[in-house]
Design a protein. Structure first.
Length: 177
């Protein structure tokens, strides 16, 4: 400790170099806060107050509206990464756009398979009406024995085989049968 004290005794104290920079940044922040207050910026000349009002507005500007329309037609809907307003719009989903396991169409169980379709139910799911017949299959009410000349097809698989978001008459099973 003695050597440290001797070394420090001969050392000149340096001025706080960060103070001017901190004061400059603080002054800019204070100016922005003052200018951002409605009473202040409304008293400014028209072009300046209009720009400040547009910057503070949560409504999308014309450029963002045009971009949203272009993205819609070009199917480039992943635009929320750089625009929080667009991100909020694209995050919104209809109430029926939930996982099948959270709907009345399914039953959970502890064993395999973990999820079964709930027999004799009908509910709107992912934008279309879904019917589950007495046998627990996504289909209209049918008899177990097929009608003469009708071939039955059983397909097991993921959501695209189930026909998630597809009208009952347009799923694979209905089209093949």
């Amino acid at each position: 400790h003695f050597l440290t004290a001797l070394a420090y005794a001969g050392h000149k104290p340096r001025p706080l170099r960060f103070v001017p920079e901190a004061l400059r940044i603080g002054a800019m922040l204070l100016a922005l806060l003052i200018i951002g207050h409605p009473r202040v910026y409304r008293a400014l000349p028209e072009p300046i107050s209009s720009v400040i009002n547009q910057v503070k507005s949560p409504v999308m500007n014309q450029r963002d509206k045009n971009r949203r329309q272009r993205d819609y037609y070009e199917k480039l809907n992943d635009v929320g990464w750089d625009n929080p307003d667009l991100n909020q719009i694209f995050k919104q989903k209809p109430a029926d756009w939930k996982s099948l396991k959270f709907s009345h169409l399914s039953l959970s169980q502890d064993d395999l398979p973990f999820l079964l379709l709930n027999p004799d139910t009908e509910e709107r799911h992912k934008g279309v009406m879904v019917s589950v017949n007495h046998y627990g299959m996504r289909d209209r009410a049918v008899e177990l024995a097929p009608a003469p000349g009708v071939q039955r097809v059983l397909m097991l698989g993921a959501s695209h085989l189930y026909g998630s978001g597809v009208e009952q008459e347009q799923d694979f099973e209905s089209l093949l049968e």
